[in-house]
Design a protein around this ligand. Structure first.
Ligand code: MLT
Ligand code: MN
Ligand code: ZN
Length: 304
C-alpha cells in the first residue's frame, strides 16, 4: 500500500495567514527548524496509479501539483484520483471539492449521511457542484463493515463512527450524531497490510482501540499537544476536547494510547500551528521520538 501525505496541517495550515503565535512567527522569521504544512489530506493506492483521496483540503491544487502520480496521463482530461472519501464535513477537509469542479465526470464521493446533509445545507458544496461536474454520493457504513471502490478494488475500506465534533455550520453542531466523523481502516487485500486513519479523534472508544491494535500503521489526530493549548497561546478559550481532538500529552492522551499499540509505524497528522511538536528541536518533539511516534509532513510517503 502506498500512502501519500498531501497535507499534514490542521485547519489554517502552518503558518496560518493571520497567526503570530510562537510557532507561526518563528517559522516565518526562519528562527525555528520546522516544515511548513498545508491542510489535512492524504491519498492511498495499491498500484501507484489509481488513488483514493481522503478529504479535499482548500490547498488541494498545490498538493496535487506536487504529487506526480495524480497528474493526468491519458487523454486531454484525466486524473489519478479515482474517488474521494470524506471523514467529516469540516472546511479543511471539504473545501477542495470546489477546486475539483472542472472534472469531466461526476466526483465519486464516499461519505456518511450526516456529512452529506451538512454539505447539502450548512455548507452546500454538493448543491453548488450540481452546476459543475456533479457528485455521485456513495453512503458509507458506520459499523466497521467493509466495502470496495471500483478501480481501487485491492483496497478494502472499513468505516466506523467516532466521537469528535460536527462543524459550527452543521445543523446538528450541538446534537452529535453517529457519522459526523469517522475513522477508517484501509486494508490491502493482496498483502493483508492495514492502515488506521483517524485525523479527528476525540475519544478512544473500544472499537477505535481495536482498529488501532490490528493496524500495521496508525495515522491519527495530532492537532494539539495540550488540552488548553489555544488559551495558553492567547488565541481563544476553546479546549482540545471541545473541538473533538484528543491532546498528545497527559494522562489518557494520545502518547499513552499509542504506547499500548503494536503498529510498525505510529504517525501524527492534522497538526495545529500552535503545537510545539512542529519545532523539530523542541523537548515535545524529543518526547515523541523516544515514544517511536513520527510527525507527518507534506509530501511524506509511507509504503506498507
Ligand atoms: C478542526 O478539525 O477542528 C478544524 O481544523 C477547525 C477548523 O478548520 O477551523
Ligand atoms: Mn480540521
Ligand atoms: Zn500560529
Amino acid at each position: 500500500m502506498k500512502i501519500r501525505i498531501l497535507g499534514a496541517g490542521a485547519g489554517g495550515g502552518f503558518p496560518q495567514w493571520n497567526c503570530n503565535c510562537n510557532n507561526c512567527k518563528r517559522v516565518r522569521s526562519g528562527e525555528m527548524r520546522a516544515k511548513r504544512r498545508t491542510q489535512s489530506s492524504i491519498a492511498v493506492s495499491s498500484d501507484g496509479s489509481n488513488w483514493l483521496l481522503f478529504n479535499a483540503s482548500p490547498d488541494i491544487r498545490s498538493q496535487l501539483e506536487a504529487f506526480p502520480d495524480s497528474h493526468p496521463k491519458h487523454g486531454i482530461r484525466d486524473s489519478g484520483i479515482k474517488a474521494i472519501l470524506l471523514i467529516d464535513s469540516q472546511i479543511d477537509h471539504t473545501t477542495g471539492l470546489l477546486m475539483l469542479r472542472e472534472s469531466t465526470i461526476p466526483l465519486e464521493i464516499y461519505c456518511t449521511e450526516m456529512v452529506k446533509q451538512d454539505l447539502s445545507t450548512g455548507f452546500p458544496l454538493f448543491n453548488m457542484l450540481e452546476h459543475y461536474c456533479k457528485v455521485n454520493h456513495h453512503p458509507v457504513p458506520l459499523d466497521g463493515s467493509g466495502f470496495s471502490i471500483p478501480l481501487i478494488d485491492d483496497l478494502r475500506i472499513h468505516t466506523h463512527a467516532l466521537k469528535s465534533k460536527a462543524p459550527p455550520y452543521s445543523p446538528h453542531r450541538h446534537d452529535p450524531h453517529p457519522g459526523d466523523n469517522i475513522g477508517v481502516v484501509i486494508e490491502q487485500i493482496s498483502t493483508g497490510q492495514k492502515l488506521y486513519y483517524a485525523p479527528g479523534l476525540g475519544e478512544i472508544e473500544p472499537h477505535v482501540a481495536q482498529a488501532a491494535h490490528d493496524a500495521d500503521c496508525i495515522l491519527v489526530d495530532g492537532t494539539f499537544w495540550q488540552h488548553d493549548e489555544m488559551s495558553r497561546a492567547g488565541i481563544c478559550e476553546k479546549l482540545a476536547l471541545e473541538m473533538g481532538h484528543l491532546p498528545q500529552s497527559g494522562q489518557g492522551g494520545m502518547i499513552e494510547f499509542l504506547a499500548g499499540t503494536q503498529a510498525k509505524r505510529k504517525i501524527l497528522i492534522h497538526i495545529n500551528n500552535t503545537n510545539p511538536i512542529l519545532d523539530e528541536d523542541s523537548p515535545e518533539r524529543k518526547t515523541l521520538e523516544e515514544a517511536g511516534i513520527e510527525v507527518s509532513f507534506d509530501g511524506m510517503e509511507i509504503n506498507l
